[in-house]
Write a protein that binds this ligand. Structure first.
Ligand code: 0GY
Length: 314
């Protein structure tokens, strides 16, 4: 059942897919202390207006709704990532962090003129990173010029940098990304084209990027965004009746989890901005995890140890 929520005084982008209300209970039991390391809040627009420069107007998705999902799925904590529809106004993010009772950390968007006082206030609210978006459809300007300046301001706070880019752009950006001195987290494995060979040159370059830069981590999230075949398995791909979801993404994500078990994170990406094709049931998305992290140890690192080390210094 789609949520069908309103979006305050705003009109949703035409064709917008609302997040799914009433997700199923996952069959996979998350390890104790699991962190949903990539999710967003949208507005509510009446209280936290969407940014004038936004590229989409979403369906509202509040902090309360996010925390209800967290509890339903069995996560203990969240990493809330500033969504581009809020620009560099982090008010909705900070409000959500303040209501989380210490169970959420944040990744903000800031401009190059951000002051040390503003950064200190964000730190106190629980922000531990800044996101730079290199996906052209989501921003007016690719932030190459502001990144160095902002990194110089956030590095003393021990924050990291989150980068979002598409695989086709990695060759051009490889040296620039390799020069970032802080920890770096890549969203959604750098958006591989999953119709290509996971052992081929394009994904090979991403694996090389991780191998050559021990400060680089990645989220192995968003199969629903990367998949071409979709959530259902083809009958011939179901060994012993086992249901495989997003089977075209699995070899990419599993490869990364197996080679870099200490530098991977996973998140739902709720409320799933800009999906065009289908809106996932978040309960079923959790059931995807054991397909890519196939042992209890890998699952614990992916869901508990890694995010807690990066965001809570545990
Ligand atoms: C994601 C992916 C997308 C959007 C955003 O902040 C955003 O607007 O991140 C996307 O459209 O691919 O990670 O949520």
């Amino acid at each position: 059942m789609p949520h069908g929520d309103t979006t305050g005084p705003f009109t949703k982008t035409e064709g917008w897919l609302d997040w799914y209300d009433g997700p199923s209970a996952p069959a996979f039991t998350l390890p104790e202390g699991a962190v949903d390391a990539h999710c967003h809040v949208f507005g509510p627009g009446a209280q936290f207006p969407y940014a004038p420069e936004r590229k989409y107007t979403p369906c509202d998705a509040s902090a309360e709704q996010l925390f209800a999902l967290r509890d339903h799925l069995g996560f203990e904590r969240n990493i809330i990532v500033q969504a581009t529809c809020h620009g560099a106004d982090n008010s909705a993010l900070v409000d959500a962090l303040n209501r989380s009772e210490g169970r959420a950390r944040g990744v903000a968007t800031v401009r190059r003129d951000v002051t040390d006082e503003q950064l200190k206030a964000l730190h106190e609210a629980g922000v531990r990173g800044v996101r730079f978006n290199f996906v052209k459809r989501l921003v007016d300007r690719i932030p190459t010029d502001s990144l160095d300046e902002i990194v110089a301001k956030i590095a003393p706070l021990g924050w990291h940098v989150v980068i979002y880019f598409e695989a086709a752009d990695l060759p051009e950006l490889y040296d620039f990304f390799s020069s970032i001195p802080t920890d770096v987290v890549v969203d959604h494995m750098g958006r591989p084209d999953v119709t290509k060979d996971p052992n081929g040159p394009e994904f090979g370059l991403f694996l090389r990027f991780l191998r050559e830069n021990p400060n680089v981590w990645t989220k192995v999230s968003c199969p629903e965004r990367l998949s071409v075949t979709g959530p259902r398995a083809l009958p011939e791909e179901i060994p012993n009746g086992e249901h495989i979801m997003y089977s075209d993404v699995v070899p990419f994500a599993r490869r990364v989890v197996e080679e870099f078990p200490d530098r991977v994170l996973w998140g739902t990406d709720w409320p799933h901005p800009n999906l065009k094709d289908h809106m996932p049931d978040d309960g079923l998305l959790v059931d995807y995890i054991p397909q890519i992290a196939t042992t209890a140890e890998r699952q614990r690192k992916l869901l508990v140890d890694n995010p807690r080390r990066l965001y809570w210094n545990d």
